[in-house]
Design a binder for this molecule. Structure first.
Ligand code: AMP
Length: 390
């Protein structure tokens, strides 16, 4: 591999990594998991598609990164790009300086599960590689172009002006990548209006006009919006009071239920995995069938709602594990969206090989695309862009 960028995505006990050549054509990727426990290990692929499986009992983030980077150093990473979920009001990828690290720390109350883990990774790579330029690429940054009427909540003004309570949106690198790719495939780069549906364990929708996010379904945190694997998406805010008064639940209990026990898992009482639910539904599992129906209906409703941000709809893009792989969910969703002239080609939809790029409409009305997302590739590009403009 020629020179390359190392992409790091740190979770509380895991590190996803990818080493991507500057031409984006060669990649090595993997996962360090169970960090801090006796089962800590690194799994992945090395150059030449050789599997890598290293047991590192009780390794922490820094130790795992040290091992990883020793193994990857022969491929000469020239920069490190960190995925950071919440960048507050930062509008673009930034070179990591003490001030930017402080901004990430200040955004921690808005992403308490994600930002502290990113900071552990950032501090470890800075200690290990003080000579390499490092860049933070924020999930929130793409949505900073939303107009105030899309990002403000109808709440007392001081909550916004003094406490930054507003809608931020997430999955920005994915929505940015697939909307740009769609406009490229349609022959009008960064032009026109696109609806994008990133459907994975976390799911969100986005409306993109001329390459800029104008609305999205997630809000202050990644809980708002459509149905997800274990997250509820939108609920009546008075639910908190109802559960506190009637069941005596604490705020922590309610938060855990909404984030970890709801969504597809809560509705089906079976699984958060769409594959399992589709199979169960085929075998007559009524709650699995309902979970899929609620998922598709609320997704369609969200797409219809945020289409208000677009003067015109050129097309819709499905991406993420479910969007890329489930023809069934795509068909169910489009059945709820007959209003905008969309016409799904049922055969094309079914026959598109899983995880491949393809157009699935009948050639009239707005286009419908399936585009595999490439968050790592996008982070590598943004990292290189920041470094070129230093
Ligand atoms: P992601 O978070 O983008 O990796 O997506 C993960 C989700 O994709 C899993 O939870 C599965 O529900 C879903 N998924 C992957 N493959 C399929 C498939 N063939 N059919 C339905 N859902 C799938």
């Amino acid at each position: 591999m020629s020179t390359s960028t190392l992409i790091i995505n740190c979770g509380s006990s895991s590190i996803k990594y990818a080493l991507i050549s500057d031409q984006l054509d060669t990649r090595i990727s993997g996962l360090a998991e169970n960090l801090g426990s006796e089962h800590a290990r690194i799994r992945g692929m090395t150059f030449g598609e050789q599997p890598l499986d290293l047991s590192l009992p009780y390794a922490d983030h820094e130790q795992a990164l040290e091992v990883l980077l020793q193994r990857l150093s022969q491929h000469q990473p020239t920069a490190i790009g960190h995925r950071v979920v919440h960048g507050g009001t930062l509008t673009k990828a930034e070179l990591l300086t003490p001030e930017i690290i402080q901004s990430i720390r200040q955004a921690t109350p808005l992403a308490p599960l994600h930002n502290p883990a990113h900071l552990i990774g950032i501090e470890a790579t800075m200690r290990l590689f003080p000579e390499l330029p490092q860049v933070a690429v924020f999930d929130t940054a793409f949505h900073q172009t939303m107009p105030a009427h899309a990002y403000r909540y109808a709440l007392p003004k001081f909550l916004f002006s003094e406490h930054n309570v507003r809608r931020y949106g997430f999955h920005g690198t994915s929505h940015a990548y697939v909307s740009e790719r769609a406009s490229q495939l349609a022959g009008a780069i960064k032009h026109g209006g696109w609806l994008t549906a990133h459907l994975g364990n976390g799911s969100s929708t986005c409306a993109v006009w001329n390459g800029k996010s104008v609305d999205t379904s997630m809000g202050l945190t990644p809980l708002e919006g459509i149905v997800m694997g274990t997250r509820s998406g939108d609920v009546d805010p008075s639910l908190h009071q109802f559960l506190a008064n009637n069941l005596g639940w604490s705020l922590e209990r309610i938060d855990k239920m909404l984030n970890s026990e709801s969504g597809l898992l809560g509705l089906s009482n079976l699984s958060n995995d769409m594959r399992t639910l589709v199979e169960a539904s085929e075998q007559g599992h009524a709650d699995a069938t309902l979970a899929i129906e609620v998922f598709a209906y609320r997704l369609a409703k969200s797409l219809a709602a945020i289409s208000c941000g677009l003067p015109q709809i050129h097309g819709l893009v499905f991406t993420g594990g479910i969007g890329e792989n489930s023809a069934y969910v795509r068909e169910k969703t489009m059945a709820y969206l007959p209003h905008f002239g969309f016409s799904l080609d049922l055969e094309q939809n079914k026959s598109l090989p899983r995880g491949t790029e393809g157009r699935i409409d009948q050639g009239k009305g707005p286009q419908i695309w399936v585009i595999p997302t490439d968050e790592e590739g996008r982070i590598a590009q943004e990292t290189q862009h920041v470094i070129r403009h230093l």
